[in-house]
Design a protein around this ligand. Structure first.
Ligand code: SF4
Length: 309
């Protein structure tokens, strides 16, 4: 439907009211540290790490002390959950070591989330033991066609995480102008079936020089309608509704979860996204406040009251 229509505004109003009810009128800011850059052979066309995009030709990980320092800074700035993100080819054991060190440094009740490649039951248990509370994982739009990973593999990871007691956050992403209504519906229903702690919708960012950049980007106005539809579709069992990157229109339409970012970022050709696309915790909080949300203080409620698990 047209973005500027009575129906589209009614949907966004209904989505906003639903999220206000399920989350008690509150919003959260989660914060992600991207701990490495590397050319990744999974070759997801939309990702700056895809080897085929030839943006990052070298592999480099942050020193553990720097990762800890960045996580502590995010915690001190009031982020409700801390995410560690690594490329899919980052050694799993090394990621666990980072996780354990960060867990030890953070407050015991600070929520720690892994945003990494696929793993099995053993990996899920190891993540739990390392101190992670959950994962972010998505079956992306075009999964298996514009990525080197089969959708079933992504789903197996989600199931393994749930079996190990890790909570799962997800999102319909990365939405581009080329995606059909059918695919958006299919992925929306898939996020609902995953019974996540949050869902939502995020657009694909056009990375200059990549194959998909020529297709352009969905406007924030249309994304607001899409995230509102996703919100209504997943229902009241999912308390929080995310969008990325943070924006005012999405927050008005019912998105109550944003991400601050530093370090590596799959939507950014810069090695340190804080110098380019990455938002700060303060900026995310300001956008949410301006849209009329109160902010959760302390550990994430999304990762405590959600229905995953
Ligand atoms: S999205 Fe993940 S799996 Fe895909 S290319 Fe980027 S780092 Fe690799």
């Amino acid at each position: 439907m047209p973005v500027i229509s009575e129906e589209a505004y009614a949907i966004q109003y209904a989505a906003r009211k639903m999220t206000e009810e399920t989350a008690g009128g509150r919003a959260e800011v989660h914060a992600q540290v991207g701990i490495n850059v590397a050319p990744c052979l999974q070759n997801c066309v939309f990702c700056s790490f895809a080897a085929r995009n030839a943006i990052f030709r070298h592999s480099k990980a942050m020193p553990p002390e720097e990762v800890i320092e960045r996580c502590l800074a995010f915690e001190g700035q009031g982020a409700n959950a801390i995410y560690l993100m690594a490329t899919a080819n980052f050694p799993f054991e090394e990621f666990l070591r980072f996780g354990r060190q960060v867990r030890e440094a953070l407050q015991p009740d600070t929520v720690l989330i892994a945003n990494i490649g696929d793993f099995d039951d053993e990996g899920a248990i190891a993540l739990r033991k390392a101190g992670f509370n959950g994962i972010y994982h998505a079956i992306r739009l075009g999964e298996g066609a514009v990525t080197g990973i089969k959708p079933e593999r992504r789903l197996q990871t989600v199931r393994a995480a749930r079996r190990a007691g890790l909570l799962v956050g997800t999102c319909v992403e990365p939405v581009g102008p080329e995606h059909t209504l059918d695919e958006l519906v299919e992925k929306t229903l898939l996020t609902r079936e995953m019974r996540p702690v949050f869902s939502g919708a995020a657009r694909r960012i056009a990375i200059p020089g990549t194959d998909l950049a020529g297709l352009g980007m969905v406007s924030e106005a249309r994304m607001a309608l899409i995230l509102a539809v996703v919100r209504l579709a997943v229902g009241r069992g999912v308390s929080f509704n995310c969008t990325h990157e943070p924006n005012d229109i999405g927050a008005m339409a019912g998105a109550n979860l944003f991400w601050a970012e530093n370090g590596a970022n799959p939507r950014d050709p810069e090695e340190k996204t804080e110098n380019n696309r990455g938002y700060t915790v303060a900026k995310c909080r300001e956008i949410l406040r301006e849209a009329g949300w109160e902010l959760v203080t302390g550990p994430s409620r999304a990762f405590q009251t959600g229905c995953s698990g």
